[in-house]
Write a protein that binds this ligand. Structure first.
Ligand SMILES: C[S@@+](CC[C@H](N)C(=O)[O-])C[C@H]1O[C@@H](n2cnc3c(N)ncnc32)[C@H](O)[C@@H]1O
Length: 234
């Protein structure tokens, strides 16, 4: 066996082990300093400063895009899904804008901290999920789904596509799934790396949309870390 064979062998990991590793690594990061691993600008966030970044993200990524998101409804009438909520940085601001927010995260410790941050937001619901599907979420019709700085950490195309299929199952026809993936393919991820996720080219993203029943209408940031996709359910 050559040097590269043994390296590839060392990186071999079953899908179950991969999910377990994601759960363990993110629990560990959440216990160490959740807010830092969510937003690495500083290791010492005050409550006020940290949640203000969530309000800014909602202002930039959501409030500027309400025509695509609301499609003629009022934000208060929408039921929204968030994948990878962390400690609720954006979930709080989403709950202030929309009627109902349901959010999942693979890490039980992140979810515990998010539930604390959302205890005064009765229209926000958080669930620990298995890291690949949305079976923990009530099977209600959703009007909008969102995910930011989550898929960029997932080292498996299959898992990301599983989420896209699951979002399709829960969204009402015509509704938008707006999400960000890693678009920079210059750094190669390994199957057991839960920090650097797998990159998507424009074509790979489009093909995934069609396979999962979406119209990939807009994209922004091709080739960059923040590669944003607008998938509308057909
Ligand atoms: C950098 S944090 C971002 C949190 C949140 N989206 C925000 O912007 O504040 C990434 C989050 O994704 C979660 N995550 C990572 N892999 C996941 C997976 N396979 N399924 C669900 N959540 C996952 C982590 O536990 C972590 O809370």
């Amino acid at each position: 066996m050559g040097e590269w064979d043994s390296l590839a062998d060392m990186c071999k990991i079953s899908p179950e082990e991969q999910l377990q590793k994601m759960r363990d690594d993110w629990d560990q990061r959440a216990r160490e300093n959740a807010r830092y691993y969510v937003c690495t600008v500083t290791a010492e966030w005050t409550d006020e400063e940290f949640f203000a970044t969530g309000e800014r993200s909602v202002a930039e990524d959501i409030r500027t895009d309400l025509a695509n998101i609301c499609q003629g409804k009022l934000p208060g009438e929408l039921r929204v899904l968030e994948i990878g909520c962390g400690v609720g940085r954006m979930t709080r601001a989403l709950a202030d804008l929309f009627g109902e927010v349901h959010a999942v995260d693979v890490s039980g410790e992140m979810v515990r901290q998010a539930a604390l941050a959302l205890r005064d937001r009765p229209n926000a619901f958080v669930y620990q999920n298995n890291g690949k599907d949305l079976t923990v979420v009530p099977a209600l019709p959703f009007d909008f789904a969102f995910s930011s700085i989550v898929f960029q950490h997932i080292p498996s195309r299959e898992i990301i596509e599983s989420y896209v299929r699951e979002v399709h199952r829960l969204l009402r026809p015509g509704a938008l799934f707006k999400f960000q993936v890693q678009g920079d393919s210059t750094m190669e991820t390994k199957p057991d790396d839960t920090w650097l996720g797998v990159a998507f080219s424009e074509r790979q993203a489009e093909e995934m949309a069609y396979r999962c029943g979406f119209d990939p209408r807009y994209r922004w940031g091709v080739g960059q870390q923040y590669f944003w996709l607008w998938f509308f359910k057909r």
